[in-house]
Design a protein around this ligand. Structure first.
Ligand code: 5GP
Length: 216
């Protein structure tokens, strides 16, 4: 039994919230996808957003695409664990799904910005593990944004300006990964997750486990 059902090798464990933030184009989406693949105990928090879908994005998978009235209603009703405005659009984390996943012993992965990370930390400090992903250089960031080819030149320019803003928040995060090479970055992110799962205070079943060991 390894890392399933909220247990680490048979010891009951509290779920954690793994937050990944970065400027757009630093490789966060690829890292998230690779982390989720092959880890049955990690589930993605699918955000709601008022921005229109990009080509290839699927409703309910990449985001839940909603209109401004729905977004405002969710925020007002307290149905969002955190929410923020990014590039003039509303983004938010639906509360119910996250709480259900954590209660079921799952760890939850969040792809959210620094504003959302601050709100999650304020709400659930002990359960949040935050990772900031930096691009190896400005040139590489710009190249990646252009090669995505899904955004207009104007959007790319806006995102480059925003990237500098986003990166100024790096020091608020627990861990920093510089994305020199995607395979290595995925390994580093996975190592962070594995180590955090082993934190003593998250393994709530340790007391009884050790009692049993000592009782022979
Ligand atoms: P994009 O439009 O490129 O998918 O995302 C733009 C930014 O919004 C990214 O930095 C992404 O991490 C952030 N974001 C996505 N979902 C959420 C969310 O639910 N809450 C917050 N605060 N930021 C989000």
């Amino acid at each position: 039994m390894s890392n399933s059902g909220g247990e680490t090798r048979g010891v009951e464990r509290r779920g954690l919230m793994l937050v990944l933030s970065s400027p757009s184009g630093a490789g966060k989406t690829t890292i998230s996808r690779d982390l989720l693949r092959g880890d049955d105990n990690l589930t993605l928090s699918v955000s709601v957003t008022t921005r229109p879908p990009r080509p290839g994005e699927r409703d309910g998978v990449d985001y839940r695409f909603i209109d401004r009235a729905q977004f405002d209603a969710m925020a007002k009703a307290g149905d969002l664990l955190e929410h923020a405005e990014v590039f003039g659009n509303g983004y938010g984390t639906p509360r119910a799904e996250v709480e259900a996943a954590l209660a079921a012993g799952q760890d939850v992965l969040f792809d959210i910005d620094w504003q959302g990370t601050q709100q999650l930390k304020a709400a659930k400090r002990d359960d949040v593990v935050s990772v900031f992903i930096l691009p190896p250089s400005t040139e590489e960031l710009e190249r990646r944004l252009h090669s995505r080819a899904q955004d207009s030149d104007e959007t790319v320019r806006a995102r480059m300006a925003k990237a500098s803003d986003e990166m100024s928040h790096w020091a608020e995060y627990d861990y920093i990964v510089i994305n020199w090479e995607i395979g290595r970055s995925v390994t580093e992110a996975r190592s962070i997750l594995e180590a955090e799962r082993l934190k003593r205070e998250r393994q709530v079943g340790l007391h009884s486990f050790v009692e049993r060991l000592r009782a022979g």
